[in-house]
Structures are given as C-alpha cells and as structure tokens.
Design a protein. Structure first.
Length: 223
C-alpha cells in the first residue's frame, strides 16, 4: 500500500477523534456556563431572584425565601417586624431560624437586619394586646426640652418599654426619631421628656416586642 492510500485510510479515524475531542470540549464549556448561570453577580441563585421578582433587598439575604415584598400594613402576617416607623419599603424574608428584614424609610435611609423567629401564635397575641392609642394630656417646652404627659391605652396588659418622638422642620429637613425619657405614673399615665421642642410630629409608645403605638401631633408645642 502506498503512502497516499494509507493517508486516505487513516482520515476517517482522525475525523472521528477530532469529533470526540470537539464534543468533550463543547460539553465542558456548557457545564461551565451552567454553573456561572446559577449565580447572579451578588452570589444569589437565579431561581431565587426570579422568585423575589423586583425585591430591592434580595441580594442581602441569599438562600432565603421572600415572604412579603410589601409588608406595610396589618394585612401582612409579619407586620410586627415593620411597624416601628413608617416605611416606603419593608421586605420580609424567611431565613430558617431568622427573619430577614430590609427597609427603606421616607428619607431613603435603608436598614438590613435579621431577627430571631418567635412563636408565631405568641407574637400575634403580643401584637393584639399591644394595639391601642396614645393621648396627649398636657405638654410644655421648658429650657428647650419637651415635657409631655401622656396616656397610653392598650387592648390588653401590654408593658410600655420605651417612648420615641419624631421631629421635623422645613421641607429641606428630614424627619428624625429620638429616644425619650419616661416615667410610669401608674393608671396608664406617663411623663415623657425629649431633648428638643421644635415641630414634634409623632409621639410613639413602644410596647412589648417592639410593637409601636403612635400619636400624630397636629400642632407644635410652643414655649
């Protein structure tokens, strides 16, 4: 057999080996692309991002399930995680032993945190018994400090653990929340003191588990 016939005979074998190598290379490339496609730029699985839809804080809670993208009212079962102040966005995630909570307030300030889950039935009972109202009985500004006498009425036996006051100024100034000192006078009456007087907007009594009871103040206290 001459050399020319030998080359022709070996050509199919060469082509077969070339196809095998090409096939293995293509399989490897596809495998790499699939692995890369399973993650987003923040390391969040693609199927999770699709599940979260347009959720703003999904990338902060990888591996968690989005429970509610708009937990902004009592219609949301986890509203107790979002009701400490007024938010434009409150997203709640199920992260196993914890809740993941991402919020954005009226001033665009965001907050990311995880909260340990409590017994759901216990939480609902706590929220229900701490529902109520705040009544301003008297208020005065002394030495640039606000002193308020308030009555807090709740549906059940809810211990008031703290008070906060929300202040604002002109349109260029954002709303700010500060902690206020308080004294329990008994019979649901409290003396509350804050370190400023100008343009108080809300007085917030904080009950057990962080349940907030708000009072919108329509008129600024004057000295």
């Amino acid at each position: 057999m001459n050399k020319k016939n030998k080359k022709i005979k070996n050509l199919p074998v060469f082509m077969f080996l070339l196809l095998v190598i090409f096939g293995l290379l293509l399989f490897y490339i596809i495998g790499v692309l699939v692995q890369l496609g399973e993650k987003s730029g923040n390391g969040v699985p693609v199927n999770y991002i699709n599940q979260a839809g347009n959720a703003e804080f999904a990338s902060y809670f990888p591996g968690c399930d989005l429970i509610d993208e708009h937990c902004l009212s009592s219609k949301c079962d986890q509203y107790f995680l979002c009701n400490d102040k007024k938010y434009l966005v409150c997203e709640v995630y199920d992260c196993g032993e914890d809740f993941g909570v991402g919020t954005k307030d009226e001033n665009g300030k965001t907050n990311i945190e995880k909260k340990i889950k409590q017994d759901r039935e216990k939480v609902i009972k706590m929220v229900n018994k701490c529902k109520g109202e705040v009544e301003i009985i008297d208020s005065v500004c002394e030495n640039e400090k606000l002193k308020i006498q308030a009555k807090v009425t709740t549906a059940g036996d809810c211990k008031i653990e703290a008070f906060m006051a929300a202040f604002g100024g002109d349109q260029a100034e954002s709303k700010s929340f500060i902690s206020a000192e308080f004294s329990d006078l008994g019979n649901n009456l409290y003396t509350v003191k804050a370190d400023r007087c100008d343009n108080i907007l809300e007085l917030i009594a904080v009950g057990e588990g962080g349940v907030s009871i708000k009072k919108i103040i329509e008129k600024t206290v004057e000295e």
